[in-house]
Design a protein around this ligand. Structure first.
Ligand SMILES: Nc1nc2c(ncn2[C@@H]2O[C@H](COP(=O)(O)OP(=O)(O)O)[C@@H](O)[C@H]2O)c(=O)[nH]1
Ligand SMILES: [Mg+2]
Length: 480
């Protein structure tokens, strides 16, 4: 808690006015540094102190670790100037401090510490940020900047509470657009042609639109339903021309994706049950969610209630170690509900904030599935009232119509509170997200856009709809 509170203040305080927060902060610090300079005779003698020095008043008394040393150099000063003059965005700043840095090492730690000092972060928090990141790189065996650059930006954004800022949003939008590029080519281009070639919103128009939806893998019934919804909206809004249909569609999609934010006022541990068929990405997604929770300073435990194969348990254990989560497992073949029960007990006793329970997805029949999942739910709830607080169904976006039938099956067999759609990076079938959200009335909370830790992104329906239609991202003010 309170991580980088000083920095949050800088960012949060001056968001509406477009004054560059870094420049402001640097200016104040420079003034302070100037004052200090006047006192300290015979310091470096440089007229321009890097913002860094003044920003870390504790530095002098703190043990001088090489990594966070606040020594100034002509290079630091040049960097300070460049940061001040740059556009005040995290990605831009990161680009500047990573110049000339190819891989993990002293230069990277120094530059990172430098940036954080320039952003007024307290010395001890800088140290722990750098140490954490360094340890994580070692565990992940990442060396080169390309391997960890986006993770670094992601961590900075989380630590600085910048995730909702424009910078992060446009990054997410680009990622989604990239992931959807194949869908977009087919779908957006054909939409354009359709909207341009029809004058009136007549039957021929609606029929062609329906075909387009089916081709985008919405499925037959959802396609009919979406066309009906659009007709209703067109009547209500007195829209009669095809070129206005794009706006209709955008508005309808935004509504389909709009899900009420749930208030999660649970007494910890919050228990998250991951369900879904084999291979959709449950285990990987648990690792990603656990990583996010760890980055937000939470104590996390992962339980291996998928006891089917020893290799699956080992895979989960490796992830738990990498992200720094506690781990609870039993040998392969053990009763999944017993594993869940023991983990729940441990999580309560050890003061865990979030417990993730991984489950197997290879149950042959719906009856089996229902029995096993309800047993797990029952033992969790017995130990900790309200648990599981969130049952997340993981769906693989590349499976198209299968994802729809899986959603139906799991909704009938077990409780489902939210959906996570994985592998959107590898699909030409972005339409399945629309179908699932429309037919099952469940919020999509995250989407998987790749195999890396930071490739799990919060889902924003408005951005997704725009990406699908090939529109530019909405500004932060238009956010729903
Ligand atoms: N490209 C891509 N691959 C993913 C994504 N999520 C998971 N995977 C991969 O999908 C495979 C199966 O994942 P796993 O978590 O073991 O699935 P589980 O059987 O449901 O636990 C693994 O190779 C993952 O790396 C994603 O968002 N994008
Ligand atoms: Mg698994």
């Amino acid at each position: 808690m309170g991580f980088f509170s000083a920095v949050k203040k800088i960012f949060g305080g001056s968001r509406q006015d477009d004054a560059a927060p870094l420049a402001e902060a640097a200016a104040t610090q420079e003034a302070e540094a100037g004052a200090r300079l006047a006192e300290q005779e015979g310091a470096s003698g440089s007229p321009v102190k890097p913002a860094a020095e003044a920003a870390a008043p504790g530095a002098a008394s703190a043990p001088a670790g090489a990594v966070v040393s606040a020594e100034s150099s002509p290079e630091d000063e040049a960097l300070t100037v460049r940061l001040r003059e740059a556009e005040p965005r995290l990605s831009v700043w990161l680009g500047i401090i990573l110049e000339g840095v190819d891989s993990a090492g002293d230069l990277l730690w120094q530059r990172l510490a430098f940036l954080l000092r320039a952003l007024d972060a307290p010395q001890d928090e800088i140290r722990s940020f750098v140490d954490d990141f360094r340890a994580w790189l070692e565990r992940m065996e990442y060396h080169h900047v390309e391997e960890f650059r986006s993770e670094l930006q992601y961590r900075l954004a989380l630590a600085l509470d910048l995730e909702d800022e424009e910078d992060e949003r446009s990054r997410l939008f680009l990622k989604i657009s990239e992931g959807l590029s194949r869908t977009r080519e087919q779908f957006a281009r054909r939409l354009d042609t359709l909207f341009a070639s029809h004058g009136e919103l007549d039957d021929a128009f609606w029929e062609e639109l329906e075909e387009l939806f089916i081709m985008a893998d919405l499925g037959y019934e959802p396609s009919l339903e979406l066309v009906e919804r659009l007709k209703t909206r067109a009547r209500r809004e007195k829209v009669a021309r095809a070129e206005q249909a794009r706006q209709l569609l955008l508005a309808e999609l935004e509504e389909i994706f709009r899900a009420p934010r749930r208030i999660s006022a649970v007494n910890p541990p919050e228990v998250v049950l991951m369900i879904g068929v084999n291979g959709v990405g449950k285990t990987t997604t648990i690792a990603k969610l656990a990583h996010r929770a760890r980055m937000q300073g939470k104590k996390v435990m992962i339980a291996a209630a998928d006891t089917f194969r020893a290799a699956a348990i080992e895979q989960l254990q490796v992830w738990a170690e990498r992200v720094g989560a506690l781990f609870h497992a039993r040998p392969a073949g053990s009763d999944p509900a017993s594993v869940a029960f023991e983990a729940m007990d441990r999580a309560v006793k050890e003061g865990v904030d979030v417990l993730f329970v991984d489950t197997a997805g290879r149950l042959q029949t719906k009856v089996n599935l229902m029995e096993e999942l309800s047993k797990i739910r029952h033992v969790l709830g017995k130990k900790h009232s309200g648990a599981p607080h969130r049952s997340i169904l993981v769906l693989d976006a590349t499976t198209g119509q299968n994802a729809l039938s899986q959603a139906k099956l799991f909704k009938e067999a077990a409780g489902v509170d939210e959906l996570i759609l994985t592998k959107l990076d590898g699909t030409a079938k972005g339409g399945v997200a629309i179908a699932v959200a429309m037919q099952h009335h469940l919020p999509i909370t995250f989407v998987g856009l790749g195999e890396k830790m930071e490739d799990l992104r919060p889902f924003n329906g408005a951005d997704y709809a725009r990406a699908l239609l090939g529109e530019p991202a909405s500004g932060p003010d238009e956010k729903l």
